[in-house]
Design a protein around this ligand. Structure first.
Ligand code: 13P
Ligand code: SF4
Length: 300
């Protein structure tokens, strides 16, 4: 049955000239059928460089929107339209515009984990991997960072700039406690602890490596260490193990599960390809304005 669905997906994707992307947090069976796996921005950029006419993005809606921002000539499909992101939902363009009006000269650095219409009213975008570089590239010493308060605190500590954070957070990362990490460290004293910058400052203080999901994949490959405690969504354990079969990976907490990332099933991918449903469309004015903020970051 699984094999039948997978064969149908592969055949249809080929017939329709579709590239299938899967974020590092997707369920293993989705990552395994994807043409490209990775972090959200990396996937959107790589997909834009292919000659595929359709991008089928297995991830959450802001990721599919980013693909639509950078690939205006391609059709972007999100197999589950209800796969959202509670972090991205903490800021609306209206609320952000009201904040900007209080201090119009202050640049707004917006994490890619945000909706296209929020990116559209931002100065520049950043990822969890390049936030320090992005903030340092600005001439101003005071910067607003939207929407993740933990990424803002992490960036402030490494740039020496005054950062005014939006009060948003990712519940999956915010809920990781230092106690849970210490418990894992006690159980695996030889392991290095890797943490995503969306974790709380008290958790990052315990980390040997602070990195984005692609940064963690790179670090695990390059490190001489044989074992790691993984402080991010548990989906990353799959590519970590696949790429490093001789190393051990332990979730920092079994509770680090993003329900939205787990919505897409093989059946949804097949249905989406068959019926061309859940197309992500952006108003051209929003797409262009968001593109400016995203490209300002990429140019760095
Ligand atoms: P990365 O950009 O590090 O892949 O993270 C995406 C995400 O959703 C983090 O919660
Ligand atoms: Fe959003 Fe957090 Fe899920 Fe990432 S893990 S998609 S930031 S809710």
């Amino acid at each position: 049955m699984r094999r039948g669905i997978i064969e149908k997906i592969k055949r249809l994707a080929k017939e329709k000239n579709a590239v299938i992307l899967a974020h590092n947090y997707q369920p293993p069976e989705i990552q395994d059928i994807a043409d490209l796996c990775g972090d959200s921005l990396e996937l959107s950029i790589r997909a834009s460089k292919t000659d595929a006419e359709i991008i089928l993005f297995c991830g959450v809606s802001f990721m599919a929107e980013t693909a639509a921002i950078v690939s205006p000539d391609k059709t972007v499909l999100l197999p589950r339209a209800d796969a959202g992101c509670p972090l991205a939902d903490t800021v609306t363009p209206q609320a952000l515009k009201a904040k900007i009006a209080e201090n119009p000269a202050m640049p707004v650095v917006t994490y890619v984990n945000s909706t296209a219409d929020v990116k559209a009213v931002s100065t520049i975008c950043c990822t969890s991997a390049n936030s320090v570089k992005v903030v340092n590239s600005l001439k101003e010493n005071s910067v607003m960072m939207v929407p993740d308060k933990n990424l803002a605190a992490y960036t402030a500590g490494r740039t020496g700039k005054t950062i005014y954070p939006w009060n948003g957070y990712c519940p999956v990362h915010e809920n990781l406690t230092p106690e849970a990490v210490l418990e894992q460290k006690q159980a695996h004293p030889e392991a290095l602890f890797m943490a995503h910058p969306e974790c709380r400052p008290e958790v990052l203080a315990l980390a040997d490596i602070v990195a984005s999901t692609s940064g963690m994949l790179k670090a695990a490959k390059e490190s001489a260490s044989r074992s790691f405690i993984v402080g991010t969504e548990i989906g990353l354990i799959h590519p970590l193990k696949k790429q490093n079969p001789d190393k051990s990976f332990y979730p920092a907490s079994p509770l680090m599960v993003c329900a939205d990332m787990k919505k897409i099933r093989l059946e949804d991918v097949l249905c989406c390809l068959e019926e061309m449903t859940s197309e992500v469309r952006l108003p051209e004015a929003v797409r262009r304005a968001a593109h400016r903020a995203v490209y300002r970051m990429i140019e760095l």
